[in-house]
Ligand binder design. Structure first.
Ligand code: HEM
Length: 474
């Protein structure tokens, strides 16, 4: 145990670190969340590790994570803009930004997404419209095994596109295909061991293939966004606001002549916010759905119960958000999928905005903080069978749905996921619509127990590559 004491108090304990490499010998950079979860068993719920020369304070378990993010939301509410995040944003946009600019962009995005229907019926219609296209795609495979990654990614991307750009894309549009591919690839690259080493020793960047690929990817993605924004700009009509980009452009026009201080509605903020919404809104939701279908194929008895409940409550009509209250088992299954999928296992790194004394430890301003969501979603004090897929976690004895405080896949506090209500609506509508229409099974010759649940490597946790059959229930 190494717990240094400074003038202000004790620093969180942690394993002894070596010069330059820190604790790299104790960290598996392919799955850092697993190493950190293991270290928390030894060093407790607030501990220090060194990623190379960089000091990180890890928050582990529901109590510590919730306490920090909610009760000390200002102190722990900064974003740690690591070298790779800086390369992506230069402190613009929402995800990788701080200060006044972040505050204004986040507030504007939330208002604008609500104006375009987030959490309301307008967006429900858009999602259902997209589901029709996606179901056709699933049906085209006629029950033969296929990889559903593209279909789910494209459908989910189109939902956010229709809010951000005011239109959906045809699935076969090469521009759209490249946009979705780039967004997913960017998230994957951000989590590779090479890019984590780049964060510790940025001068190594140009020697790394992953870094060079990422730089190329950023350039292409920026060109895509600029091209689409330009088209909208050329057809802007002040009487008809079509999308998030329009709202931003109007705000830009309204503000510029009146402001005493420089406007934050800069083109760079527009391009970055749009890229953030597109990337954060696609990969996370599509990956959760992919886990959902894989888990249904793995546990057919759960799938049977969901389908039985769906047929009983909705028959063959389109499931709607208002059905959720009458579908407690299905709702519990979706929550359990999100818990097990653990899509953002270490959240996105935070930073302390001032010196803080937290649970008896002194943490300096500017310290990187990882809220280890893995340790919340698998906290042994909060879940009956943390490592087993068990929809019962969200059901009471009468089979009614119960909320759980430790269900924090969207994190909490000042930086809580901005798209939570949109994501929850998408997950519910897409999952129920697919299960109403199809029965999901492993490919012929593969047994349920052979379906692998080891996540792929990346900043977000995706399923391992796999194929499933979507057998029509008609
Ligand atoms: C941030 C999870 C879907 C937009 C986050 C964070 C998590 C998360 C864990 C980090 C919070 C923190 O820093 O503590 C998820 C999951 C999703 C999902 C599990 C789907 C199942 C979405 C969607 C959108 C979105 C659909 C777009 C509308 C964002 C943005 C941030 C964010 C913009 C940055 C917030 C900030 O830094 O202020 N999300 N998210 N997310 N998410 Fe999501």
């Amino acid at each position: 145990f190494l717990s240094t004491t400074s003038k202000q108090g004790k620093e969180p304990p942690g394993p002894r670190s070596l010069p330059l490499i820190g604790n790299l010998l104790q960290l598996d950079l392919k799955r850092p969340h697993v190493s950190l979860f293991q270290l928390s068993k030894k060093y407790g719920s607030v501990f220090t590790v060194h990623f190379g020369p960089k000091k990180v304070v890890v928050l582990a378990g529901f109590n510590a994570v919730k306490d920090a993010l909610v009760n000390y939301s200002e102190e722990f509410g900064g974003r740690d803009i690591t070298p790779v995040f800086y390369k992506m944003s230069h402190n613009h946009g929402i995800l990788f930004a701080n200060g006044e600019s972040w505050k204004e962009m986040r507030r504007f995005a939330l208002t604008s997404l609500r104006d375009f229907g987030m959490g309301k019926r307008i967006i429900e219609e858009k999602i259902i419209n997209e589901i029709d296209y996606m179901i056709q795609l699933f049906g085209n495979h006629k029950g033969q095994p296929f990889d559903n990654k593209e279909a789910l990614n494209h459908a989910v991307s189109n939902i956010i596109s229709s809010i951000v750009y005011g239109a959906r894309f045809d699935y076969s549009d090469p521009l759209f295909q490249e946009m979705v591919h780039c967004a997913n690839e960017r998230i994957r690259l951000t989590g590779t061991p090479a890019i984590q080493v780049y964060n510790m020793f940025p001068w190594l960047g140009p020697l790394m293939k992953d870094w060079r690929d990422l730089v190329k990817n950023l350039k292409i993605s920026e060109e895509h966004v600029r091209g689409l924004v330009k088209k909208l700009q050329n057809t802007l009509n002040t009487k008809h606001r079509r999308c998030f980009v329009d709202s931003f452009l109007f705000q830009q026009q309204e503000e510029s002549p009146h402001l005493k201080k420089p406007s934050l509605f800069l083109e760079k903020n527009l391009v970055c916010s749009v890229s953030n919404l597109f990337a954060a809104g696609t990969e996370t939701t599509a990956a959760t759905l992919r886990w959902g279908l894989l888990l249904m194929a793995k546990y057919p008895h759960v799938q049977d119960r969901v389908q039985e409940e769906l047929i009983r409550v909705t028959g063959s009509r389109q499931p709607r958000v208002e059905d959720r209250k009458n579908l407690p088992y299905t709702n519990a299954v979706i929550h359990e999928i999100q818990r097990m999928a653990n899509i953002v296992p270490m959240s996105i790194p935070h930073i302390t905005t001032c010196d803080v004394v937290f649970q008896g430890f002194h943490i300096k301003k500017g310290t990187s903080v990882y809220p280890l969501l893995t340790s919340v979603l698998f906290d042994e004090n909060e879940w009956e069978t943390p490592h087993t897929f068990n929809p019962g976690h969200f059901l009471d004895e009468q089979g009614q749905f119960v909320k759980k405080d430790a269900f924090l896949p969207f994190s909490a506090g000042r930086r809580v996921c901005l798209g939570e209500s949109l994501a929850r609506m998408e997950l519910f509508l897409v999952f129920t619509s697919l299960l109403q229409k199809f029965y999901f099974t492993p490919p012929p010759g593969v047994s349920e127990s052979e379906l692998d649940l080891t996540p792929a490597i990346g900043f977000t946790l995706n399923t391992p590559p796999h194929k499933l059959c979507a057998v029509s229930r008609a």
